[in-house]
Design a protein around this ligand. Structure first.
Ligand code: C5P
Length: 220
């Protein structure tokens, strides 16, 4: 794959992961889930017993874990110090703590270097909150994906095999609030991003739109 980088940012539960993996698979590109990196960091801090609600305590942690992301869109993996935490990082405890942790500048700086290292040679679809604005503003294709909160909560609840749509929606909106309001690299629509509202689109339709954008960019 060439140097193509596709940045997919957007709100929590807007379908970024399924969409990004589908696009990468269709175009033969690698895939990076930066949210999983923030989740892995959060999981590790919780395990270390760090008070994740205290930004100073999070920033003061001297030792840092080694976080490694697999980039196969069909089988994404994430390890912390060699331990596969793909399942653990989706738990309620991580869901509740990840946005406060991600607002700490020291955490963002650490993961920013790691993200840029992986993106390096290109040929990759990268999903997150600040990819098109901060991590890789030179990305050839930038997408801002959104959907109505009700639709997002319904999809996410079904994905998790749960039933409590209202509490899922509350958790998504709380993360959006913190992610959009933080001082460092907040969730925002990047310059040059194409906004896709997926509320009334199927997954395949969203993937098609992004693949079309990528193909027309390559041709140009
Ligand atoms: O994408 P996902 O919902 O798994 O991301 C979990 C959390 O990680 C987000 O709510 C946000 O706080 C943080 N995050 C971030 N910047 C990114 C990706 C994720 O701050 N690029």
């Amino acid at each position: 794959p060439g140097p193509l980088v596709i940045a997919v940012d957007g709100t929590s539960g807007s379908g970024k992961s399924s969409t990004s993996r589908g696009v990468a698979d269709r175009l033969g590109l690698r895939y990076l889930d930066t949210g999983a990196m923030f989740r892995a960091m959060t999981w590790w801090l919780l395990r270390e017993g760090v008070d994740v609600r205290d930004p100073a305590a999070v920033a003061a942690v001297a030792e840092r874990p080694t976080i490694v992301s697999g980039t196969d869109p069909l089988a994404p993996t994430i390890t912390v110090d060699g331990l596969d935490v793909s399942v653990e990082i989706r738990g309620d405890d991580v869901n509740a703590a990840v946005s406060p942790v991600s607002a700490v500048p020291a955490v963002r700086a650490l993961l920013l270097d790691l993200q840029r290292e992986v993106i390096g040679a290109g040929g990759i679809v990268v999903e997150g909150r600040d990819i098109g604005s901060v991590v890789w503003p030179q990305a050839a294709v930038k997408v801002y994906l959104s959907a109505d909160p009700g639709a997002r909560a319904q999809r996410r609840t079904a994905e998790e095999g749960g039933t409590d749509v209202a509490s899922t929606q509350q958790s998504l909106l709380e993360r959006d609030r913190i992610d959009s309001g933080r001082a460092t690299a907040p969730l925002t629509m990047a310059d040059g991003a194409v906004h896709i509202d997926s509320t009334h689109l199927t997954l395949e339709q969203v993937i098609d739109r992004i693949v079309d954008l990528a193909v027309s960019t390559e041709v140009r």
